[in-house]
Design a protein around this ligand. Structure first.
Ligand SMILES: [Zn+2]
Length: 266
């Protein structure tokens, strides 16, 4: 290892960061001996410009070196630059995968990381496995200038968000959107449109965002997973998710769209 690279070093789900007068980054160095840390494993994960990036996994009892701290990825959104944050998300996905895939699912032997691809190969039977990525849809449903937002029992505070749920085997994404909105709120939707996507490595999701329009039905909730759902007027929104999430991007899109309408008098 000749040139310094960016090191994404995790303890649990927390990333080792340094804060240099308000500029947050991960360590730039040749190897981990520079920090006197002993990782459980190291893997190359890609490049930012010309610099190689690595991910390393530390034991739970590791201490942060002087001037550095372990921080949760949600908390540092907006503090790391965009490329570095995206790499941190990827790094956490890979570290999660590495921790939870040590043995072959076919024969039970130990598996090892393959060079050049993000996969592991069994030393006994040759079976190759890849990181698990679980697709989930997330959808903002509009009805005129109101949006359908729901409050899940697991949400903190008084937060409401858009509808989301995991894709089931055999479903198209559009079918998942229709099923999830119907199951969680009793509402039927139409005009389902792709919005964008976001990797969400807590632990292994890919969130696929959509917008849709109200087609029929009255709000009914199960009272368990979802404890409330309502149409919120754009001028009277409740507490909504933070900037990191695609849920928030969907709601911001909805606000922006409706404020433009209001602004031009249409
Ligand atoms: Zn095997």
């Amino acid at each position: 290892m000749n040139r310094p690279g960016w090191w994404f070093i995790f303890k649990g789900h927390q990333l080792l960061t340094q804060d240099d007068r308000g500029e947050m980054s991960v360590p730039l160095m040749r190897d981990m001996e520079e920090l006197r840390l002993s990782p459980l494993g190291i893997q190359p994960i890609g490049r930012i410009d010309d610099a190689q990036c690595y991910v390393a996994d530390l034991p739970e009892d590791s201490e942060a070196p002087q001037g550095m701290a372990f921080r949760g990825l949600r908390g540092i959104f907006g503090s790391l630059d965009e490329d570095m944050y995206a790499m941190a998300i990827k790094a956490l996905g890979i570290v999660n995968w590495d921790r939870t895939s040590r043995f072959c699912s076919q024969c039970g032997a130990k598996i090892e990381r393959k060079p050049y691809i993000i996969g592991k190969e069994c030393s006994q039977c040759g079976f190759i496995s890849f990181p698990r990525i679980s697709p989930a849809v997330i959808v903002l449903v509009e009805r005129d200038d109101s949006a359908l937002l729901a409050r899940a029992g697991r949400f903190k505070g008084n937060l409401y968000s858009v509808i989301a749920g995991f894709v089931e085997p055999g479903e198209t994404l559009e079918e998942t959107v229709r099923r999830e909105v119907k199951e969680e709120t009793g509402i039927e939707v139409k005009d389902i449109r792709y919005f964008g996507s976001q990797p969400w490595p807590f632990p292994d999701s890919l969130m696929i965002g959509f917008t849709a329009r109200y087609a029929g039905g009255e709000i009914t909730i199960d009272g368990e997973e979802i404890i409330d759902a309502r149409w919120f007027h754009v001028g009277n929104l409740p507490e909504i998710p933070g900037k990191i999430s695609i849920a928030r991007s969907l709601i911001d899109w909805f606000i922006e769209k409706n404020s433009q309408k209001g602004g031009t008098g249409k």
